[in-house]
Design a protein around this ligand. Sequence first.
Ligand code: GTP
Ligand code: MG
Length: 428
Amino acid sequence: MPQFIDTAKIWIQSGKGGDGKVSFHREKYVASGGPDGGDGGRGGSVIFQVDDNLSTLMDFRYKRKYKAEPGEQGGSKRCTGKDGKNLVIRVPRGTILRDAQSGQVIKDLSDSEPFVAAKGGRGGWGNVHFATPTRQTPRFAKPGMPGQELEIRLELKLLADVGLVGFPNVGKSTLLSMASAARPKIANYHFTTLVPNLGVVRIGDGESFVMADIPGIIEGASEGAGLGHDFLRHIDRCRLLLHVVDAAGSEGRDPIDDLNKINDELAQYSMDLEKRPQIVVANKIDLFYDDDHSKLDEIRQWAEDHGFAYAEMSAATNQGVRELMNMTWHALEELPPVLVYEPEFVPEPVDKPVTEESITYRRMNEYYIVEGEWIDRLFASINFDDYESRQYLDRRLRGAGVFDKLEEMGIKDGDPVVIGEMEFEYER
Ligand SMILES: Nc1nc2c(ncn2[C@@H]2O[C@H](COP(=O)(O)OP(=O)(O)OP(=O)(O)O)[C@@H](O)[C@H]2O)c(=O)[nH]1
Ligand SMILES: [Mg+2]
């Protein structure tokens, strides 16, 4: 999902080496001294270093050129010039460096080892190196080597800290657009958001978090209804959920009913998700014309009963949005990171739905064989060493009706089955 990749293009240049020096020894009473020009210093290198305080590549949008210092020229009396300072560029863990021209991966920065992306030029030799018995006064020295120049593309798979959940049309995308620079599609119909959008929310000086706007969840989502569990799967990684409700009930729905339904879906998807901390957000308070705020009180009470924090806002008028974002930031500070079991685990995109042709069924001798493009894609996303990932596989296969189909074909307990890369005995 390209939406989840943060990118930036920068230009780096290591320092040129300092030139060697041409100089001759001078001393009282010494008629003509030998050469004593020192070497130039080494140019600074450009080094990448992982920094766990960073979570996005935002800052690279503002500064694109990175140049390390050149080495100094050599001095007389055989003095070597000073080396240029290295330039250290700090990036979030997981950043991938690519050559901007060829697209080739230069380095995957997932460990903490510093990585030298452009080495500083070597300093040139001073004339002291060039004296020979026949050439005692060399009047030349070597220039420093040039630095390296490189255009680099940085890529980072973003993980959202905060996920927006709620029914369609409650104002999740509107909130994201108000709180961040992201520009998700906003419209007055259900499922306006089809793919998750990410936004970086900046809080005061340099602090930020990543918020994901997720398509609306409806009843049955944990079974794959609506846009289904691909998105539940996504918010699985968020440390905090903002549970947005349309407090004004502008579509004739009851906010308390909505809160319960969404929470049921979360619970059915996974126990972990049910227990994930939430802030219950009563949105559309601009639609409360009268003084009857009993609905808001009910929502506040519901949040309290469930041990969740509560906030009110109008995403449309921006009222309360800033306060909510500060509250979110403070809540995040208290929360440990959610362990992401498999960073590479990205469910296949939803724009390719399961079709008749993408799963095929056949029998060979006593074997039942299930194969096809959809199955291949699904298997490619599974980490068999991981329990949750295997559970996910099971849910997806069930959701796609694979087992129903096999039963239709007459499969019985104990019959051998091959699905994708997996061979097993069928068990109902
Ligand atoms: N009056 C009012 N309308 C709002 C407010 N927030 C959002 N809306 C409107 O509600 C409609 C839905 O907003 P979206 O932000 O697209 O809702 P969503 O939750 O992202 O919806 P899906 O993407 O379909 O799940 C739009 O017409 C918004 O203009 C609000 O605070 N007050
Ligand atoms: Mg939306």
